[in-house]
Design a protein. Structure first.
Length: 223
């Protein structure tokens, strides 16, 4: 795990956006396409606002959420909506968005169809993850039924989860897909999350799911 500290959140957003853009560009030097999975939540917005202006061949880039809330795509809680409003604009509007939204009443109804749609993006070229203070990443929350299967080496690409305390069901990339990304970045803000990540070092992946994806992870932190 490589920890990079920034003097403030603006510097983190600008520098991390530039780093992600550089990794996508580098991928496209030797591949016809590149892919990046990005989180929802409150942290990534400023990073997306900087990344969307990056001069690269966005029409060759696939963008997908690390996870999605099982709501309609225009719901304010939808990660797709956050990505469409902040990342898939400007130059990045040309990117191909791979949605994790399905049409079924429950995520389980659509796992196979959605997995087929995201197959061309795997293995991920670049991964950007956020983390909760409970050390969840994507929608891999501690204590959720099905978490062990989603963390297992033989896990399928996607899992349906029903995290306690969350208002809706979730669909999430599983640990092997997240951990298998070629370039990996975790962005955390504030002392609470930094302390949580420190505590996670002595916990199991089931107790702290971030532990399942920390190999060769670049952790970007600002207070
Ligand atoms: O769907 C989501 O919300 C994200 O994928 C989730 O894993 C997020 O990264 C963490 O919950 C941190 O969220 P904040 O950035 O809001 O702290």
């Amino acid at each position: 795990m490589n920890l990079i500290e920034y003097p403030d959140r603006d510097m983190l957003a600008i520098n991390l956006a530039n780093l992600l853009a550089g990794e996508l560009k580098a991928t496209l030097l030797s591949h016809d396409t590149a892919s990046i999975a990005v989180p929802g939540g409150t942290t990534p917005g400023p990073i997306f606002d900087a990344l969307c202006a990056a001069p690269l061949e966005w029409d060759k880039v696939m963008v997908l959420p690390t996870d999605e809330r099982w709501v309609t795509p225009d719901d304010p809680r939808s990660n797709a909506r956050l990505i469409r409003e902040h990342l898939l604009v400007g130059r990045a509007a040309e990117a191909k968005f791979l949605s994790l939204h399905g049409t079924g009443a429950h995520p389980e109804d659509d796992l196979d169809a959605i997995a087929a749609q995201i197959e061309p993006a795997l293995p991920l070229s670049v991964l950007l993850l956020g983390m909760g203070e409970d050390c969840h990443v994507a929608s891999l929350f501690p204590g959720t039924p099905g978490l062990a299967a989603a963390l297992a080496d033989d896990a399928p690409a996607l899992a349906a989860m029903a995290p306690a305390g969350q208002p809706e069901a979730r669909i999430t990339l599983t640990a092997p897909v997240l951990d298998g990304a070629l370039k990996k970045h975790l962005v955390i803000l504030g002392w609470e999350k930094r302390d949580a990540l420190e505590r996670a070092q002595s916990l199991s992946p089931e107790e702290a799911p971030v532990q399942a994806v920390l190999s060769e992870m670049n952790v970007h932190w600002a207070v």
